[in-house]
Design a protein. Structure first.
Length: 179
């Protein structure tokens, strides 16, 4: 492990723990929801005598959660990159765009992206509870898997930060976007 990766190891380990929690907690919830859902009554009694067309409501809930999940699955990388980019712009403005600070910006963007996945996964798991739609369960698991693939390693973060610091230095030297 190189010097930068060693300096980043504790910081990356902390973020790995956060991301792991964003993966494990929805997985536990999915297991509970799946186990409880299979034991729930199929046609519960109406509340206060009001009969609602449950089938239509369930379809709306199911599809809304799926659309949100799909949207988050598509946009979360861009949002994470946007957060990282904004953080790096601040670092450049403050003159602290060294690889360690750049790595922190990258990790923050990764946490934001994983947090979006987690929120959409919970939404789909909550939608799964009344609908028992395997589509919602599948979408939740796909969102969780997407976060798992984002798990940072010290070597990967160090390489990314070094590359970004080099690109910023080149921009500064050529005068492109330097101010």
């Amino acid at each position: 492990m190189d010097d930068l990766a060693q300096r980043l190891a504790v910081q990356v380990r902390n973020k790995q723990i956060f991301i792991l929690a964003m993966i494990v907690v929805p997985l536990i919830f999915a297991g509970v929801v799946y186990a409880i859902g299979s034991q729930a009554p199929q046609n519960p009694a109406p509340i206060r005598g009001q009969m609602v067309d449950r089938q239509d409501a369930m379809v709306v809930i199911e599809r809304l959660a799926l659309v949100v999940g799909l949207l988050i699955l598509v946009v979360h990388p861009w949002i994470g990159s946007f957060v990282t980019g904004q953080s790096i712009r601040v670092l450049v403005r403050e003159g602290t765009a060294d690889p360690e600070h750049i790595a922190e910006a990258y990790l923050i963007g990764t946490l934001v992206a994983c947090g979006m996945n987690e929120a959409a996964a919970f939404l789909n798991l909550i939608a799964f509870m009344p609908t028992q739609s395997l589509w919602n369960l599948g979408m939740a698991l796909l969102l969780i898997l997407s976060s798992a693939f984002k798990m940072p390693t010290a070597k990967r973060v160090a390489a990314w930060a070094r590359n970004m610091a080099q690109r910023l230095a080149e921009k500064r030297m050529t005068g492109v976007g330097g101010q």
